[in-house]
Write a protein that binds this ligand. Structure first.
Ligand SMILES: CSCCC(=O)C(=O)COP(=O)(O)O
Ligand SMILES: [Zn+2]
Length: 203
């Protein structure tokens, strides 16, 4: 596959994910951002400030693993360094998707971590955990200094390398996978389990 065809295909898959997430209410306003690894040095990522349910191929740009856009005059997602931390820490990560759902926002404002257990959908997460096991989703304090926040996330991943995804308090979910499709499946599974967790807390 030549480079421009590959770029268009990765953008197409992220546009489709954005449409789905918007339909589910997981990317309100211009919240959320998406990326896919193109090769060992380049990542295709959403530009900052676009509505993620209305993306077109022109709303993506290529950045290096330091988060620097390779095209002059383009502004990558404000949260680019959070994506790059994942690509640097997880060699098998091929795509990163970030959502701002009601469930992930409410729960991350209340709890320091969310422990998911007894959900069949846990099998979709990295390492295919046994549904009966306890899977911890850490919650990090929100921080407008994204370099500092990505350093906090990275330090956690050194201590807990099997962390399957994470939340930022009052902000949203970051999840990843080998492909855009796998990252989307994981977002769908985690958002479903968080929604269940929230509803149970309200019973
Ligand atoms: C308007 S939501 C605040 C920024 C944010 O959290 C987000 O996910 C979108 O930022 P981006 O720069 O990627 O558009
Ligand atoms: Zn965000």
């Amino acid at each position: 596959m030549n480079d421009s065809v590959r770029i268009a295909e990765q953008a197409r898959q992220m546009i489709a994910a954005g449409n789905l997430f918007h339909a589910r209410g997981w990317v309100p306003a211009t919240g959320g951002n998406f990326s896919a690894r193109l090769d060992s040095e380049r990542v295709l990522i959403t530009a900052s400030g676009n509505h993620k349910g209305e993306l077109a191929e022109a709303d993506f740009l290529i950045a290096d693993l330091d988060g620097k856009p390779l095209e002059a005059g383009r502004k990558a997602s404000y949260e680019t360094l959070l994506h790059m931390q994942i690509y640097r820490r997880h060699a098998d990560a091929g795509a990163v998707l970030h959502t701002h759902s009601t469930a992930n926002t409410v729960l991350s404002r209340r709890y320091a971590q969310i422990v998911l257990s007894n959900y069949e959908l846990l099998k979709v997460l990295p390492g295919a955990p046994d549904p009966q096991s306890n899977v911890a989703i850490p919650v990090f304090a929100n921080d407008q200094d994204i370099a500092r926040l990505s350093a906090v996330v990275d330090a956690h991943m050194v201590q807990a390398p099997t962390t399957p995804a994470y939340l930022i308090a009052g902000h949203g979910l970051y999840a990843w996978g080998a492909t855009v499709a796998q990252a989307r499946h994981r977002v769908e599974a985690i958002e479903f389990m968080l929604e269940c967790h929230l509803r149970e807390a309200m019973l």
